[in-house]
Write a new protein. Sequence first.
Length: 292
Amino acid sequence: MELRQLRYFLTVVDEANFTRAAERLHVSQPGVSAQIRQLERELGQQLLDRSGRTVTLTEVGAAVLPYARAAVAAASATRDAADAVAGLVRGHVGIGSVPSAALDFVELLADFHTRYPHIEMTLTEQSSENLLEEVRTGRLDLAFVGLAGESPRGVACRVIREEALVAVVAGTDPLAEKPTVDLGELAARPLITLPRGTGIRSALDASFAEAGLHAHIAFEASDPRVAARLAQRGLGTAILPASEVAEDDDRGLVCVVAIVPRVSARLALVWRAQGPLSPAAGALGALVTARP
């Protein structure tokens, strides 16, 4: 089994197409096909299903995928580790984040680039559920995700921030005159929240389920600012972290009401539990955890 075969396999999986994979690898399509067939012969199993319009993983291929990514990453990390010892950290870091993670990514990435100018970075925004799967399969090195309840399987994590969720309403809403609101009252209201798969939504759903209540979700918005604007226009009560809400006291457009009992969501940095982080990813993780 050769490292080149594993790289070709991963590229075909990522592109879901042999021709596009060959273009990305700058080799001929028959060459890519031949290397992957050789890999399948060595393993004694078919890794890719070529019967459809797009190439998909077989059950065996899906089982092999994270180990193939880990092997290729380990080979790359070997050189990175040697450079790190010599005082030159280089490589690539794939970073994921939930939208509006209450972190200033521009400042974070700028600071990291200043410290390690030879490291390339890519940033993608998705739901927590999707990001966790991307980390487990090795597509991403690190991700900032929202968590509710126990730590998810297959990843290691460090909580960066824990924050209470609040109810956000228009200034003219009767609830705006109250200091707190309980889950029973919220259950009777149309709610505006983030989509399923986000840590905030998971925390909200878990709290309602624990109380034996059903949440009436009137709107889902992936951007917390949009959710707050919908609440401002009287379309429902938005459930958001307090840091995501810009209260306008002068005009009274939006009011924030505490939820009792407390409902909280955690923002955590996660990485794949199996195998060490590359020096580049480790450097970024250390910078994140050192920030106030």
